[in-house]
Write a protein that binds this ligand. Structure first.
Ligand code: CFM
Ligand code: HCA
Length: 527
């Protein structure tokens, strides 16, 4: 039986038929996988909701905006401080990242409407915190009872003379948090980006889709600034609303997490002509490649020389530690299951240490994140994806400008991933397993069948994995460690993984196959 059939073996015919489309073994160069579809009811998915993707993920890290969760308190509480997106305020920029603002809807508000309570919450936020901007994020009941949060926002904007933007990101929209990313991207583009008046400098860039979990963005910014780039804004990690207003002026957008921010990247291209480059600052070799790709775009001998100088210095500084961790980790195997981009990025970092990936999957990625953007025209829309608005973007005739000539652009596109993402699968070895929207049952089957040395995942399955005797490191929260990005982050990661593998705690727990035979079957007598 193939590995995939062994994972699917215990399912009923109907569940088997569905899940078989989401689990593949890589055998050829390209593979089709089913993704971004509804989870089978009753199955324990790791996915989150639309509100989590909008408020929790994309908007949450913007530090000087007060984001009011309009809904029952549980939703606000869920998105309060759990995601480890770090931010620093200073005397010019407020920092509300550690706060949780909510209207705390109760039954009477559901029955009689919650707009009054929302208006009161905005008033209190203005009086107590005086933020430069306010965002309102709706949770499920708000959409069900029909509160007009956009009208409330428009009225408050006039009344308090500051930006107030509402997001209809009710949890039930779409099939996962992915719909919430799209709604947040639309709101940023429609109301915020393009309203600033900063002037670009020689090497102005944006980073898109870096969330500063455990301080990742700070490490990426440290390296880029050493080279001499002017970072207009990193959306959204540790960003301020006024930086985001100027995102349209950059000469190039660097896209770290394609899944969550590709909409803004595409819209900036359509409206202002700015190209985006797929980068990956997770892993030493990936970071080096990304830095070289950026330098190729600007094509300036001085910048290229400085890039090489910084790379050489950074590599020399981490060389001994990287070699030490590599000597200890080489030959281990890993399974990765994260949201919509890290399962690809972290395979590169693991490779730097000689760790082989045998299984990787995503909670809510779309087919382009797995197979590459060339499949975009072939993705079929369904009722759930049609539910999320796609903005129609018009060219901004006044501010539209191309940094490269058409000829330069076409030539460079063949060499670096300009406005293109190749997806995860092409980068994986033959014989590896790819799973979309993996559930808890399948997690246990992967442990039983593939026996990875390390299982990188999140809080929902961490302890199931560890109780099975396998190290689990959280690739969402970094288990309260980090940064893991860039050069210094790679060393932190090597240290943490080795620490996890060698902890004496493993003496107290045994993997199931260490207690029972590894081969099951019947002995046949040969006569
Ligand atoms: Fe992008 Fe993210 Fe991810 Fe994501 Fe997330 Fe996250 Fe993630 Mo958790 S934006 S897709 S919705 S890289 S919160 S910072 S770790 S699932 S793989
Ligand atoms: C979310 C946030 C999350 C959850 C992490 C986890 C994060 O999906 O709403 O399941 O461990 O990174 O904090 O992805």
């Amino acid at each position: 039986m193939s590995k995939v059939d062994r994972i699917l073996d215990k399912y009923s015919a109907r569940v088997y038929k569905n899940r078989k489309l989401h689990i593949i073994e890589k055998t050829e160069d390209n593979h089709e996988i089913s993704a971004n579809t509804r989870t089978i009811p009753g199955i324990m998915t790791n996915r989150g909701c639309c509100y989590a993707g909008c408020k929790g993920v994309v908007l949450g890290p913007i530090k000087d905006v007060a984001i009011i969760t309009h809904g029952p308190i549980g939703c606000g509480f869920y998105s309060w401080g759990t995601r480890r997106n770090k931010a620093r305020g200073d005397k010019h920029t407020k920092n509300f990242v550690e706060y949780c603002f909510s209207t705390d809807m109760q039954e009477p508000d559901i029955v009689f409407g919650g707009e009054k309570k929302l208006k009161q919450a905005i008033k209190e936020v203005v009086e107590i915190f005086d933020p430069d901007a306010i965002m309102i994020c709706a949770t499920c009941p708000v959409g069900l009872i029909g509160d007009d949060i956009h009208a409330v926002a428009a009225e408050a904007e006039k009344l308090y003379n500051r930006k107030v933007v509402a997001f209809s990101c009710e949890g039930y929209k779409g099939v996962s948090q992915s719909g919430g990313h799209h709604i947040a991207n639309n709101g940023l583009m429609r109301h915020i980006i393009g309203t600033g008046d900063r002037v670009p400098t020689k090497y102005s860039i944006n980073i898109l889709g870096e969330y500063n979990i455990g301080g990742d963005a700070w490490e990426v910014e440290r390296i880029l600034k050493r080279i001499g780039y002017d970072i207009v804004v990193n959306i959204p990690g540790d960003s301020s609303i006024h930086e985001i207003e100027n995102a349209h002026i950059a000469h190039l957008n660097l896209v770290q997490c394609h899944r969550s921010i590709n909409y803004v990247a595409d819209m900036l291209k359509d409206k202002y002509g700015t190209s985006w480059l797929k980068v990956n600052f997770i892993g030493v070799s990936s970071t080096v490649k990304s830095l070289r790709d950026i330098a190729r775009y600007f094509n300036d001998p001085e910048l290229t020389a400085r890039t090489e100088e910084v790379i050489a210095e950074e590599l020399a500084a981490i060389h001994d530690e990287m070699e030490y961790y590599k000597s200890k980790l080489k030959g281990k195997t890993a399974a990765l299951f994260v949201g919509g981009s890290r399962s690809h990025h972290y395979q590169k970092l693991l490779k730097d240490f000689g760790v082989e990936t045998i299984m990787a999957g995503y909670e809510f990625a779309h087919r382009d994140d797995y197979e590459g953007r060339e499949v975009l025209p072939f993705i079929k829309e369904d009722a759930d994806s049609k539910n999320i608005e796609s903005l129609r973007i018009e060219k901004d005739e006044r501010r539209y400008r191309l940094y490269l000539s058409e000829e330069q652009y076409e030539k460079l596109r063949k060499e670096i991933p300009l406005d293109y993402y190749e997806g995860m699968i092409k980068d994986m070895e033959k014989g590896t397993i790819i799973i979309d929207d993996m559930n808890h049952f399948e997690t246990e089957e992967i442990i039983r069948i593939l026996k990875p040395d390390i299982f990188f995942s999140g809080i929902k399955d961490k302890y199931v994995i560890q109780k099975a005797g396998i190290l689990s490191r959280q690739l969402h929260s970094y288990d309260y460690s980090g940064p893991y990005a860039g050069f210094n982050g790679a060393v932190n990661f090597g240290r943490d993984v080795l620490m996890g593998l060698t902890t004496p705690a493993w003496g107290l727990v045994k993997a199931p196959w260490k207690n029972s035979p590894m081969i099951e079957g019947h002995l046949q007598e040969v006569v």
